[in-house]
Design a protein around this ligand. Structure first.
Ligand SMILES: Cc1cc2nc3c(=O)[nH]c(=O)nc-3n(C[C@H](O)[C@H](O)[C@H](O)COP(=O)(O)O)c2cc1C
Length: 201
């Protein structure tokens, strides 16, 4: 059986998700697979990013929504915004979709957010039956890691993408330890179940 084609797809403004993505990739390799890291398009103009003290973007290829159908599985990296996607991933409110950025007095129309550009894929079921997991970064330990993942599920469900949970069956020790700070969705632990789900190991 051929290896599943896995895309690690991230947005990272300050580099934390990018760093996590490298660990996630190591986890895929350790589980016997391979994966490539992609980043979604930035929607903010450079002037705004500079005001937000954002460092230069990581050096990953930018993925378009049309490429999603080429993969069997996804690992989505989301830096939380109040327990939800950042607008680069998905503009959650209708009002937000009409938002304008003001730069030096000029109005700049933001680019369409990644998930918001997947209507055609949704309507044709192009991503149905593919597999996905989500990893997040937050600024604070109780900052909404699980809320962010839960809020991503509606998008996955609409596409018919199967969410692969971490679960506790193989991770109880790691997730119940009180000796270190950790989240509840460490990809290194979840990945073997991803491959099990695919019947690959
Ligand atoms: C508008 C906004 C909202 C945020 N909301 C939260 C939040 O609810 N909880 C939290 O812990 N961090 C929050 N953060 C911090 C980001 O999650 C954090 O900077 C991000 O995970 C860093 O990832 P990155 O370095 O890959 O961009 C927020 C940041 C911004 C700009």
């Amino acid at each position: 059986m051929s290896s599943p084609r896995i895309a690690i797809i991230i947005y990272s403004m300050y580099g934390h998700i990018a760093k996590l993505a490298e660990s996630v990739k190591e986890g895929v390799i350790a589980a016997g697979g391979s994966a490539k890291i992609y980043q979604i398009p930035e929607t903010l103009p450079d002037e705004i990013l500079a005001k937000m003290h954002a460092p230069p973007k990581p050096d990953y290829p930018v993925i378009s929504v049309d490429q999603l159908a080429e993969f069997d599985g996804f690992l989505f990296g989301i830096p939380t915004r109040y327990g939800n996607f950042p607008a680069q991933w998905k503009v959650s409110l209708v009002a937000g979709a009409r938002r304008r950025h003001v730069v030096a007095g000029d109005l700049i129309t933001p680019r369409q957010a990644f998930w918001d550009a997947t209507g055609q894929l949704w309507a044709t079921g192009a991503l149905a039956g593919k597999f996905a997991a989500v990893f997040v970064s937050t600024g604070t330990p109780g900052g909404g890691q699980e809320a962010t993942i839960m809020n991503s599920l509606s998008t996955l469900v609409h596409h018919g993408i199967v969410y692969v949970p971490l679960g506790y069956s193989r991770t109880f020790t790691q997730l119940s330890t009180l000796t270190e700070i950790h989240g509840g969705a460490s990809l290194l632990f979840f990945l073997p179940s991803f491959f099990l789900y695919r019947g690959l190991i």
